[in-house]
Design a protein around this ligand. Structure first.
Ligand SMILES: C[S@@+](CC[C@H](N)C(=O)[O-])C[C@H]1O[C@@H](n2cnc3c(N)ncnc32)[C@H](O)[C@@H]1O
Length: 230
């Protein structure tokens, strides 16, 4: 990964059209069917606003972030460290199985020894996902998570300066709701690039967790919550 990013970052910094030509060549290479995971990391870090989007034919269609010097040494180190952390988590046994299915098919498969993490599109906010996310989806998710014997954690938004997420009162407030200030640096619309109070909804005891991080302005959000229960 390190060698790859150093090489491609150098090519990006000297490419024509302020780097754009090299971004396009990596994008074409990826879309031609190579689907190299290295190119995927490159595109996800050199694309406009950190967005990730595919066209209907499965092609990566995000334009360039227009920063030819994107891959500075410190940034490469950060990416390499992130990948190393993830690979340590997913490495040893057990084996992993990835399903690409609707939540409606997956959630009923979980039992009391499982933990379900749901990160659906945010209801009521501008979402750029292919199918959108309707109140029926939220309702369906709520019904399934209410019935599951597994532990679950759901990410959603709580409120921002203008409005609140009506789904919290309607559905999620019957569970434990933790909140956290978060500033979105990327996103297609201006409203989505503002401070939002995020919510984590859980169906298990969260007394040991801080209910909110009011006043704590974190600059980085790389580390995920560590969840501990007996
Ligand atoms: C906020 S994104 C999740 C991002 C992801 N956690 C990550 O870190 O990359 C919401 C995802 O929900 C997916 N989604 C939408 N409807 C779905 C459904 N019925 N079943 C499963 N996933 C769905 C969208 O395709 C989108 O990838």
């Amino acid at each position: 990964m390190k060698n790859y990013l150093e090489r491609e970052g150098k090519l990006l910094s000297i490419a024509d059209n302020n780097g754009y030509e090299h971004y396009l060549s990596v994008r074409s290479r990826f879309n031609s069917g190579e689907f190299s995971p290295l190119d995927f990391i490159f595109l996800s870090r050199a694309g406009f606003n950190g967005m990730m989007r595919f066209g209907s034919k499965g092609n990566w269609n995000i334009p360039f972030c227009k920063k030819p010097d994107r891959f500075a040494q410190a940034y490469i180190t950060k990416i390499v460290n992130q990948l190393s952390a993830v690979s340590q988590i997913i490495q040893p046994e057990p084996e992993w199985t990835f399903y690409n299915k609707s939540f409606a098919e997956i959630i009923p498969l979980a039992d009391e020894n499982d933990i379900i993490y749901c990160d659906p599109p945010y209801y009521g906010r501008h979402v750029d996902y292919y199918n959108g996310w309707t109140e029926d989806d939220e309702d369906n998710l709520f019904q399934l998570l209410s019935e599951t014997k597994a532990k679950f954690i759901l990410s959603t938004w709580h409120h921002n300066d203008w409005r609140e997420n009506e789904m919290i009162k309607k559905y999620w407030s019957k569970f434990n709701v933790l909140t956290k200030d978060h500033f979105y640096h990327n996103g297609g619309s201006v409203e989505n690039r503002r401070e939002v109070v995020e919510a984590l909804v859980c169906n298990f005891d969260t007394n040991g967790f801080a209910q909110h991080n009011h006043g704590v302005k974190e600059q980085t959000v790389d580390k995920q919550l560590d969840l501990v229960w007996e």
